[in-house]
Ligand binder design. Structure first.
Ligand code: FAD
Ligand code: FES
Ligand code: FES
Length: 1412
């Protein structure tokens, strides 16, 4: 045990808490240790994962329980363990997913239901999801109200839908997760729950069939700890105790954690610990990631004054350490007391706060911490803005002085110093009106005045974990001008956040301008102009013009319903002083001046009725948007039993242990003795000589041990970090670094944290003398002829005669352009490997990889040893999507090299930032196209020029022209030509990502179709139809893969989809909607896919053990795509031939084991959607060999027995020394190694013209899986891929600077889809198109093609924008937006808003003013 240092009286030297019911007592704790670090490094509980370390993904969520001895209540909170400091949980209890249940003692019903609803694919997000749900269930069940029926909790469906709102999942597409959550809700309609393994289609959906949920089954706060805490309190009742945990954790380093209980103690501690860091929730560490050490922390959460909540007639005063969750609860509690009108301000603030971060952050994040960040760091705080809008004030303690300031004064002060303590925040109730502003006296406003208050935020995600582009809060006191009937502004508070200033500001000039004015269109228009002047550009904030347009939109949204002329008569302002919110104004008037009630509307019509020209964005905080509408879906599939148990929708192998946290990923493997940790030092220059790399002396003193670089490659080894058939790439820069992000060396240390800090602080000297400038764009690559040339067999062929086709065209479009951005993989488990030196110069490497064989080859080359010296093991991968293929190899190789050099095990787990800065995803592309077409929309010729940025290494980029053209050919262009250049640049290497090249090819095709449709003023649907292939033209375009005529199922797929989605009738409804709505427009689009895949040779090995259990090895890796599940079913099916009809029994006897390159050679790689089926086929053939060997034994036994059991058969075979292990290497025949997949999707979206936000109202997919090997697995692939595609097309902007440095380097800046951004209604049909003789048991691929269908969302958004631009053109402004426009990918909010008109509000008002 490390020695302890005690300072002062009342010091406490042990940290005591409970973990999964067990007592934990620690001393010598480094106070900077997070709870997650402790769990993962010092306990057997690996369920909580490190997904981001920023509070942005939810993978680390655990339950924190606190006991209040006074009330004898336990408070249970979901928290992000990556942000929570270990010392802060003293006296608390922590429950991880392992604490709920496990495979030995029984799983919890949450685990069981997640598995049974197919809600876990790779499983990396699942423990965090389970814990978020668990905390929601616990808290719901604590509420008053009647006990629910057995098996349910008190949770409601809408609460269930928000239980996991901030948790990210990259695999499932969320729909099944929502179903698993909903299954606990007392008000759920069981029939509405999606596909599951508890009941079959047609059977009664009954809660009794689900794993039984028993409320309060898990004791979250053990009794022994209650007693212990009681003792602590009784030792020092009300004494001025300085409760301190002090430790000397390592060598000369002393860590100190102070827990002052009162302000007196706090000031004492601050006097003593001048370097100490004040902490409340410590969630700011997710925002400002400090790559340094801090040894002194002062915990503010136990200072009684900072945790108090006081209420008086003016409002509520919250201690600064009160958490955001508690503030919400209190405000809502007060609102209930005051009633909805008088409690308006509190309700609005609470509603807005519930969109700040996520629940697991809000549960620890304090109000004060947020405001301090806003004041000191210019953090884009929502809270500062909305509290400013409400006229709040703060109390401060600066040294010994106390003062009260308005929030505005506080924010305007110079950044506050360390010794400024924010004591409390007072939120006025603004009721009665005279209390709005200091000193305003009763009666200053006319008696009939009314108060309006509204808050706004526009963020990439409406509900989950996304800082707003812009937030705002407006408070208005208004009265009626009896003479004119207009509204008069009596008082106004307009607060805008992060637009044109470092922190939230009041638009005082505008407030003064409006004061006393009658609200008319011209006044509003003038206000808009003034607003644009006031919010001056802020250096450093991106998308300024977009933010400005949001500000204008919000103000318009707030004020314009009060303008008489615009939207008909304003409603009567009444006679009593009171409060009215926008919602109630909406309930009274619409754009035609009709009165209607927004609350009496059916769900489908929700937006339409609310938005008759007068509401703002879905992301603005209106009550109608506050509740996340619940996602629902319908899944249709045919379960065929031809190859039983193949075809059954069985649940994923290992899903329960994934949920319970027992499934082991690479970083979960216990560290071997003396294990070291590595982190890359990366280049910050795109092209330079590396003169010197040095670790700071500081880092060296903190335990970093060595630098491993190119110099450490052993004799005979090569500087190689990865390779593909197109070439290899260096592991480390050798003399010259060629791109930003290139590994220069690995720094190795005892702890991962030390290695990362050392890498971050390493000093690298560069020199660029006499070097050519780097190539940093595709244009530069062209000018310097820097290309990767595809080999001949990877070069796609042109089709037909382009010139002839153009000459036959009635119309031509020349050189139209579109740009397609990159997309980062965002697998939840980042790149990781563990290398363990073995005897005789061998190396065992555990890698999270899709290409173990390539890892083996590259490591062997790097170390200069034969391949049989390198064993690469890969059990499961926490999401791959192509990113764990060639991009995983450098990490595995670097670990192996470091382990070789240091003769100790070395592991690396890239943190999210390192991963994002070194691993690129999709290839960005610049596209030009020229197309000729007839009057009826039939295309006669298409030419496409594509410039692909491949980055520095070949990887698989030379194959991209082929991949692009594979899907570009989806329509019959008659003649197709192209010039596709794969540019070599000094930028990060791009690699294959799910739908590689195909997704770009497909959207290029759709862009052309949309362009032709716009040109001809036709419906895109009709142009698509016109250009769909017949089988004859399909054959022309897809010579090797088109199959038989009956296999061309796209026309059937489309017919089915058009019927199931009610496409035509909904298209009419959309038209009607658009006619009657000004500020929201809808679009509906249907997109087909034709996707060629290639099947590769694959090995398989099946062994039957003595007891009849079966072990299977395959080349394919389980990435979450359900490969093991299908393989298991295949083994049971193929061996089951011996047993006539009892194959299902065999299913339980089969285990698929990890890939091991020395056990099964030629494993190849897992990619391209076909590895599951080829692994299945290899296993089927191996089983056939065993069946052949066992059949004579069976026949012999049957002579003496009526029924021969499997066990008896295997026993006898053993006795007869039958070889019960068989291996195969399946090679697909040359005429069947390629085939086409077909599917189609129809998506309906709604675009908010004030914010540019897009809501996907509904998506229907029909996808042909042939005879699905497992329809549940395929359904998961379809939904998951589609949602990943939504990210690509609509959300995920991957930003780099001009040198190629990745700026989207975390969950803050890179937004993948969340529960709130997926289709609100998500219907999928896994279409069973029957027999396909050349396929593996007639099955077809599902991994990638459905991703392409997300283009339907992009195309639907284009339709909506077209409608918006129609209105814009009617406004008669000087700049008329053309009807045909370019729409790049991704179409993020700001892009869409720009297309809808950044100044559409002003144009509208201008039109009104000039018309009147
Ligand atoms: C993933 C994520 C998403 C988020 N999204 C949003 C969002 O959408 N909108 C938004 O507004 N905010 C958002 N936040 C910010 C969040 O609200 C703040 O991180 C949180 O409120 C800070 O509280 P804390 O108790 O954790 O502060 P800490 O991290 O403990 O402290 C923050 C800073 O304030 C200092 N400090 C804390 N309390 C006091 C005090 N009483 N007196 C003096 N100094 C003090 C600390 O020394 C530190 O410098 C997000 C945060 C995360 C992690
Ligand atoms: S790892 Fe903690 S939220 Fe992502
Ligand atoms: S299952 Fe959710 S991230 Fe893989």
């Amino acid at each position: 045990m490390e020695s302890m240092v005690a300072v002062g009286t009342g010091s406490k030297q042990r940290l005591v808490f409970a973990l999964n019911g067990e007592r934990v007592e620690l001393s010598g704790v480094d106070p900077s240790t997070t709870l997650l670090e402790f769990l993962r490094l010092q306990t057997p509980y690996k369920g909580a994962k490190l997904g981001c370390g920023e509070g942005g993904c939810g993978a680390c969520v655990v339950l924190l329980s606190k006991y209040d001895a006074k009330s004898k209540q336990v408070e249970d909170l979901a928290i992000s363990s990556c942000l929570t400091l270990l010392c802060s949980i003293d006296g608390c209890s922590v429950t991880t997913t392992e604490g709920l249940g496990n495979c030995r003692d029984g799983f919890h019903s949450i685990h069981g239901r997640f598995a049974g609803f197919h809600a876990s694919q790779c499983g990396y997000c699942t423990p965090g999801m389970c814990m978020s749900l668990f905390s929601s269930l616990l808290n719901a069940d604590k509420s008053h109200g009647p006990a629910p029926d057995p098996g349910f909790s008190k949770l409601t469906v809408s609460e269930a839908a928000t239980a996991v709102v901030g948790n990210l999942c990259r695999c499932t597409g969320y729909r099944p997760i929502i179903d698993a959550c909903k299954s606990f809700a007392q008000d759920v309609d069981m029939e509405d729950l999606g596909l599951n393994s508890f009941w079959k289609k047609g059977e009664v959906a009954d809660v009794k069939k689900l794993p039984l949920y028993i409320p309060n089954k898990v004791c979250t706060f053990p009794y022994f700890l209650r007693n212990e805490n009681k003792q602590m309190i009784s030792i020092s009742p009300n004494q001025p105790l300085m409760s301190t945990i002090l430790s000397e954790s390592k060598g000369s380093r002393t860590g100190q954690w102070f827990t002052p209980l009162s302000m007196v103690e706090l000031l004492n501690v601050m006097e003593y610990a001048k370097e100490g860091r004040l902490v409340a929730g410590n969630t700011s560490s997710g925002i400002y990631k400090r790559m340094d050490y801090c040894d002194q922390y002062i915990d503010l959460t136990h200072v009684s004054e900072l945790s108090e909540i006081k209420k008086d007639e003016y409002g509520i005063e919250f201690g600064a350490a009160v958490t955001i969750s508690k503030v919400i609860d209190k405000l809502l509690e007060e609102e209930k007391v005051l009633g909805s009108e008088r409690g308006l301000v509190f309700r609005k603030i609470a509603g807005h706060l519930s969109k700040v971060a996520s629940k697991y952050v809000r549960n620890t994040a304090s109000l004060g911490g947020n405001l301090i960040m806003a004041q000191r760091n210019g953090f884009a705080s929502d809270i500062a803005t909305i509290l400013l809008g409400a006229g709040s004030s703060v109390k401060l303690q600066i040294s010994s002085e106390r003062l009260t300031l308005s929030l505005e004064e506080f924010l305007q002060k110079p950044p506050c110093s360390w010794n400024t303590i924010l004591l409390s925040v007072c939120i006025p109730s603004c009721n009665p009106i005279e209390h709005i502003t200091n000193g305003t006296i009763n009666g200053i406003y006319p008696q009939e005045s009314k108060l309006f208050f509204e808050t706004y935020r526009a963020a990439p995600r409406p509900h989950g974990n996304a800082v707003a582009y812009l937030n705002a809060a407006f408070l208005l006191v208004a009265s009626n001008d009896k003479l004119s009937g207009n509204v008069v502004v009596e008082h106004l508070q307009l607060a805008f956040g992060t637009c044109g200033s470092k922190h939230a500001v009041r638009a005082t000039k505008l407030e003064l301008f409006l004061l006393g004015k009658l609200l008319t269109p011209s006044v509003l228009l003038e206000s808009m102009h003034l607003l644009r002047e006031i919010l001056a550009p802020d250096i450093g904030r991106s998308s300024f013009t977009y933010r400005l347009s949001l500000a204008a939109g919000f103000l318009f949204d707030f004020l314009h319903p009060l303008i008489k002329i615009l939207d008909g008569p304003i409603r009567s302002m009444g006679h009593n002083v009171g409060c009215v919110d926008i919602e109630s104004r909406l309930s009274c008037i619409d754009s035609d001046g009709n009165v209607h009630d927004s609350r009496n509307i059916c769900q489908h019509e929700l937006s339409s009725d609310l938005t008759n020209g007068i509401t703002s964005g879905i992301n603005s905080v209106h009550n109608h948007a506050e509740k996340l509408s619940v996602v629902s879906g319908r899944q249709i599939m045919d379960v065929k039993k031809d190859y039983y148990p193949i075809g059954l929708p069985t649940k994923k192998v290992g899903a329960e242990i994934q949920a319970s946290g027992e499934a082991l990923f690479v970083d979960d493997l216990p560290s071997p003795k003396d294990c070291l940790h590595g982190a890359f030092i990366c280049s910050s220059k795109p092209l330079a000589r590396v003169k010197k790399i040095e670790l700071s002396t500081f880092s060296a003193s903190k335990g970093s041990l060595a630098l491993v670089s190119v110099k450490d490659i052993p004799k005979g080894g090569q500087n190689i970090g990865s390779q593909s058939i197109f070439g290899s790439e260096a592991l480390f820069a050798d003399v010259i670094t060629e791109f930003v992000g290139q590994p220069l060396a690995v720094v190795v240390a005892d702890r991962q944290k030390d290695a990362c800090i050392a890498a971050e602080n390493a000093m690298v000297c560069y020199d660029t003398e006499n070097l050519e400038p780097p190539i940093l764009s595709v244009e530069e690559a062209i000018s310097r002829s820097s290309f990767f040339q595809p080999p001949a067999f990877f070069s796609p062929e042109h089709i037909g005669d382009f010139s002839k086709g153009m000459s036959e065209a009635d119309h031509k479009i020349h050189s139209a352009e579109v740009e397609i951005g990159s997309q980062y993989y965002f697998y939840m488990e980042t790149q990781t490997a563990l290398a363990v030196p073995d005897e005789d110069n061998c190396m065992v490497v555990y890698s999270s990889t899709q290409v173990p064989e390539t890892c083996q080859v590259v490591i062997a080359k790097c170390l200069g040893v034969p391949e049989h010296n390198v064993r690469v093991i890969s059990r499961r991968v926490g999401g791959g999507f192509g990113g764990k293929a060639f991009r995983s190899v450098p990490v595995a190789t670097a670990c192996a090299l470091a382990a070789h050099r240091l003769r100790r095990p070395v592991r690396m787990y890239l943190d999210r930032k390192a991963d994002m800065m070194t691993v690129m995803g999709r290839h960005p592309m610049k596209v030009k196209y020229s197309v000729g077409f007839k009057d009826d929309g039939a295309v006669t010729a298409l030419h496409v020029d594509v410039l692909i940025d491949a980055g520095i290494s070949a990887d698989v980029s030379p194959a991209f022209p082929l991949f692009i053209v594979e899907t570009l050919k989806k329509y019959n262009w008659q003649a197709l030509s192209f010039d596709i250049k794969v540019c070599k640049t000094n930028l990060l290497t791009k690699s294959a990502m799910r739908g590689r090249g195909n997704v770009q090819g497909s959207i290029i095709a759709e862009t052309v179709i949309e362009h032709v449709a716009s040109f001809l003023c036709m419906e895109p649907y009709d142009v698509r139809n016109k250009n769909l292939h017949t089988f004859e033209t399909l054959k022309l375009f897809y010579r090797n893969s088109c199959g038989e005529p009956a296999e061309y199922t796209l026309p059937v797929v489309l017919d089915k989809l058009i019927t199931s989605s009610c496409f035509h009738s909904r298209a009419e409804t959309v038209r009607q909607f658009n006619r009657s709505n000004r500020w929201r427009k809808r679009g509906l689009s249907i997109v087909p896919t034709v996707h060629e895949v290639t099947v590769r040779p694959t090995p398989g090995k099946v062994s039957i053990l003595n007891d009849g259990s079966v072990v299977v090895e395959v080349g394919g890796i389980e990435l979450g795509q359900g490969l093991w599940t299908k393989v298991k079913q295949m083994a049971a099916f193929a061996l089951g031939k011996l047993l006539n009809g009892t194959s299902k029994y065999l299913l339980e006897r089969v285990r698929v084991v990890q890939a091991d390159t020395l056990s099964l050679a030629q494993g190849g790689y897992t990619a391209g959607s076909t590895t599951s089926e080829s692994s299945c086929e290899a296993v089927r053939l191996a089983c056939n060999i065993l069946v052949e060997r066992l059949t004579p034994v069976m026949v012999k036994l049957q002579e003496s027995m009526d029924i021969v059991s499997w066990d008896a058969l295997i026993l006898q075979a053993h006795l007869q020394s039958v070889n019960l292990s068989a291996s195969t290497y399946w090679v697909p025949s040359p005429d069947s190694f390629q085939y086409l997949n077909f599917g189609a999707a129809a998506s309906e979206v709604e675009v908010d013209l004030l914010t540019g936000a897009t809501t996907i109202l509904r998506t229907d997919i029909t996808y042909d899986c042939g005879l699905s090997l497992n329809p549940a697995v395929d359904l998961g692939q379809i939904e998951g891929a589609f949602v990943q595609g939504v990210g690509f097309f609509m959300l995920e902007k991957h930003v780099t600077n001009s040198d190629g440095l990745v700026l989207s380097d975390g969950t803050w800046t890179y937004k993948i889809p969340t529960i709130d951004t997926i289709p609100r209604q998500f219907n999928v049909e896994v279409f069973s198109s029957g027999y396909h003789k050349n396929r593996v048991l007639s099955s077809k691929a599902s991994g990638e093609p459905p991703l392409l269908l997300a283009a339907s969302v992009h195309c639907a958004a284009r339709q909506a924008i077209k409608e918006a631009r129609k209105d814009l053109r009617a406004y008669n402004t000087s700049e008329v937006p053309p009807a045909i426009f370019r729409m790049d990918i991704p179409a993020t909010m700001d892009v869409i808003k720009e297309l809808c008109g950044l100044d559409n509000v002003e144009s509208y008002l201008h039109n009104m003013v000039t018309q009147s």
